[in-house]
Design a protein around this ligand. Structure first.
Ligand code: COS
Length: 383
């Protein structure tokens, strides 16, 4: 068993860490406060190759393995959740479905701009009344001549309403299956198509510098060739995409936990109370020890799941476990980190305050913790 990373992965980790420290840390707090998506840091992230990481070079990607992408996401999340969200959603959810399920023409048409980071793409699954119950999608697509005519709406869609958002993969009801259940298909809808509108959502507690949208389709007409893969395969495509996406949420939990731990360790060694650094009190030292141990366990679980994926082995169960565990580890680390900072941890001038808020999304997005437990319990044959 070899736990070491390759030289390329180590170099990638170091360079992304430096990038995040130099380019993201100085602006993250202000962007969060103002609730704005930064096109400047987006362009810089694109320039260093953070998009299309696991896509082959022939489509404009970086041709790396999945673990490398996860390490990069982890390093961005160590500094800021919003930027990590832009990267994770851009790769796993935006690029992922087109790369996995698109035909050659669709890949050549869309992937190069998405992989260069010139453009972003949304993942249109969630609806106002179809969250955890994702297959209960109400958005419809009706075939009229050579077109699909789409009506409905989506909500909480990352990266779909920026100035560079080029479109969305939307799950639509395209009919009824033989067994009476809805036939669900994925359709690619480009920004600018009449009848398609993406509106930015505001007032978020977390990931405030990432872009989140509501999407509306009103008699939105797209050509038949915009169907992604075979008709009726939409739900499987979405679920498969989420298997990979959940690894990147795991990376955000792991990186965020690491960031919390480092801030807590530094502060605890500097902050003096009762005549000595608070880290020297066993009650605090044990908190830091627990954080270090939990992060180590989370990293092993997440990297093992990535290893399964990179070696073409089934990984749905491990992805759900890694997503669930890493997000809960970050929850505990963020809680300890704020506690160790005391009153200062409640103030915006300390980054732990932002990490504490950003953490909550990880237990909800890309399948709540309850859905992960459901997926795991089904895959171990318990239910
Ligand atoms: N890969 C491919 N296919 C999958 C799959 C996967 N990982 N998981 C399930 N499927 C298939 C099933 O095989 C089943 O196929 P048939 O219709 O041919 O029988 C179909 O998808 C439906 O699966 P299932 O019966 O398990 O669906 P449920 O309605 O019970 O829902 C959960 C399952 C709850 C797990 C699913 O709806 C889910 O993941 N919900 C959360 C959605 C989510 O994460 N949203 C967040 C989006 S933020 S980006």
């Amino acid at each position: 068993m070899d736990f070491s990373l390759s030289m390329e992965q180590e170099i990638l980790r170091n360079s992304v860490r430096q990038f995040a420290e130099n380019e993201i840390r100085p602006v993250a707090r202000e962007l969060d406060e103002k609730e704005v998506f930064s096109y400047e840091t987006m362009a810089k992230m694109a320039e260093i190759g953070l998009f299309g990481m696991f896509v082959p070079e022939k489509y404009g990607g970086q041709g790396m393995d999945y673990l490398s992408y996860i390490i990069a996401t982890e390093e961005i999340a160590r500094v800021d959740g919003s930027h990590a969200a832009t990267v994770a959603a851009g790769n796993s959810l935006g690029i992922g479905p087109i790369y996995y399920f698109g035909d050659e023409e669709q890949k050549r048409k869309y992937l190069p701009k998405l992989c260069s980071g010139e453009a972003l793409w949304g993942f249109g699954l969630t609806e106002p009344n179809a969250g955890s119950d994702a297959s209960n999608s109400k958005t419809t697509a009706v075939k009229e001549g050579d077109d699909w005519v789409i009506n409905g709406s989506k909500i909480f869609i990352t990266n779909a309403s920026t100035r560079i958002s080029a479109g969305v993969t939307a799950l639509c009801r395209t009919g009824t299956r033989d067994d009476g259940r809805p036939e669900l298909s994925c359709i690619l809808i480009e920004t600018g198509t009449p009848g398609y509108e993406a509106r930015e959502m505001h007032g978020k507690m977390m990931w405030r510098a990432s872009n989140t949208s509501e999407l509306y389709f009103e008699d939105c007409r797209v050509p038949a060739e915009n169907m992604l893969g075979p008709r009726g395969h939409g739900f499987y495509q979405m679920m498969q995409t989420l298997d990979g996406g959940r690894l990147s949420i795991g990376a955000m939990g792991l990186g965020g936990a690491q960031g919390c731990y480092e801030m807590a360790l530094k502060y605890s060694k500097e902050r003096v109370q009762f005549g000595k650094p608070i880290a020297n009190f066993q009650v605090n030292a044990f908190k830091l020890a627990d954080m270090a141990m939990e992060i180590e366990c989370a990293r092993l679980l997440l990297y093992k799941a990535c290893w399964l994926r990179d070696n073409d082995k089934p990984f749905s169960k491990e992805a759900a476990m890694a997503k669930l565990h890493c997000s809960e580890v970050m929850y505990r680390c963020a809680n300890h980190a704020v506690q160790l900072h005391g009153g200062y941890g409640l103030m915006k001038e300390y980054d732990v305050e932002r990490f504490y808020r950003d953490q909550k999304l990880l237990e909800i997005g890309e399948g709540t913790s309850e859905v992960q437990r459901l997926v795991i319990s089904r895959l171990i044959g318990a239910v």
